[in-house]
Design a binder for this molecule. Structure first.
Ligand code: MF3
Ligand code: CO
Length: 251
C-alpha cells in the first residue's frame, strides 16, 4: 500500500483523534497504583474512549481481545488485560491505546512506574521516552524516513539497552497500520523521503537486556527473551513544513 499524504481536512480530523487520545492516556495515568488489575485499566480506558464519542481501534484488531494493551515488566507490548493480574509496587506498566474519531485513527503508548521503582528502571523509562524525541528531530520534510530510525539507535545503543526489532512503528490514518514501517534501529537503506501531511506512529520499544523477544502462548503478549524489563513510548505525529507536530501530546 502506498504511503498516504493527508489533506488539510484530514489533518484536522487526525489532530482531533490525537487530542482525544491524549485525554485517554492522562485519565489512565491517574489510576496507576499498586493493587489495581490490568483489566481495571482496560475497562477504564475503554470507557473514556467511548465517553469521548470514539471507538477503540485495538479491540478485535486481528482478534486482539481488549481495547488497551497493558504490558507489565518484561512484557514488551500487546499484553492482554487480566482481572487476576494485579500491579504491585516496583512494577512498570506500558499502556498502548488507540481510538477512531470520525474514521481517523490515533495511536500512543506510555510506560508508567507503579509506586516507587528502582533507579535503573526509571532510567530505562527516561531513555525510551527521550529516544522518541531524538528520533523525531529528524521527522522533517525532505529527510529520509530512516533518519528517524538511525537517530533512535544512535541515542539508545550507548546505554547498552536492547532495541526491539520484531515490532516497528507505522503510518496511520484511515487505518491503524499504514505504510511505511518505521524501525527503531539502524537501517542500511535510507527509506522514503518525508513529505508534509504524512502521519506516522513512532514507537520505540526498548529492553533493559537483549533486543530479542518471544511470544507467549496467548499468541499476543510479546516479552523480552531474557525476561528483562521493557519500556514503550509512542506518539502519532504529523510531518509539516517545519518541526513535526505531535498529535497525541501537548505538554
Ligand atoms: N500500538 C499497537 C501497534 O502499533 C497497536 C496494538 S495491536 C492491537 O501495533 F492488536 F492490539 F491492536
Ligand atoms: Co502503533
Amino acid at each position: 500500500m502506498a504511503v498516504t499524504v493527508k489533506s488539510a481536512k484530514e489533518i484536522e480530523l487526525m489532530r482531533e483523534a490525537g487530542r482525544l487520545l491524549e485525554i485517554v492516556h492522562d485519565e489512565m495515568a491517574k489510576m496507576i497504583r499498586p493493587g489495581i488489575s490490568t483489566m481495571d485499566i482496560n475497562e477504564y480506558g475503554d470507557k473514556v474512549i467511548r465517553d469521548l464519542g470514539c471507538v477503540p481501534n485495538f479491540l478485535n484488531y486481528s482478534g486482539y481481545p481488549a481495547s488497551i494493551c497493558v504490558s507489565v515488566n518484561e512484557e514488551v507490548v500487546h499484553g492482554i488485560p487480566r482481572r487476576d493480574h494485579i500491579l504491585k509496587e516496583g512494577d512498570i506498566v506500558s499502556l498502548d491505546a488507540g481510538l477512531i474519531y470520525k474514521g481517523y485513527h490515533s495511536d500512543a503508548a506510555r510506560t508508567h512506574a507503579v509506586g516507587k521503582i528502582a533507579p535503573e528502571v526509571q532510567k530505562l523509562l527516561d531513555v525510551t521516552k527521550q529516544s522518541f524525541f531524538e528520533g523525531i528531530k529528524y521527522a522533517k520534510a525532505g529527510n529520509h524516513l530512516f533518519d528517524i530510525s538511525n537517530a533512535i539507535d544512535n541515542y539508545v545503543t550507548p546505554f547498552g539497552y536492547g532495541i526491539v526489532q520484531d515490532l516497528v512503528g507505522h503510518g496511520i490514518g484511515t487505518s491503524l497500520h499504514e505504510d511505511p514501517q518505521i524501525p527503531n534501529f539502524r537501517q542500511k537503506r535510507k527509506g522514503i523521503i518525508l513529505v508534509p501531511g504524512m502521519t506516522l506512529a513512532v514507537e520505540p520499544m526498548i529492553n533493559m537486556g537483549t533486543w530479542k523477544v518471544k511470544w507467549l502462548d496467548d499468541e499476543w503478549t510479546v516479552i523480552s527473551a531474557d525476561h528483562s524489563v521493557s519500556a514503550h513510548y509512542e506518539n502519532t505525529i504529523l510531518i509539516t513544513d517545519g518541526e513535526p507536530e505531535i498529535l497525541t501530546l501537548h505538554e
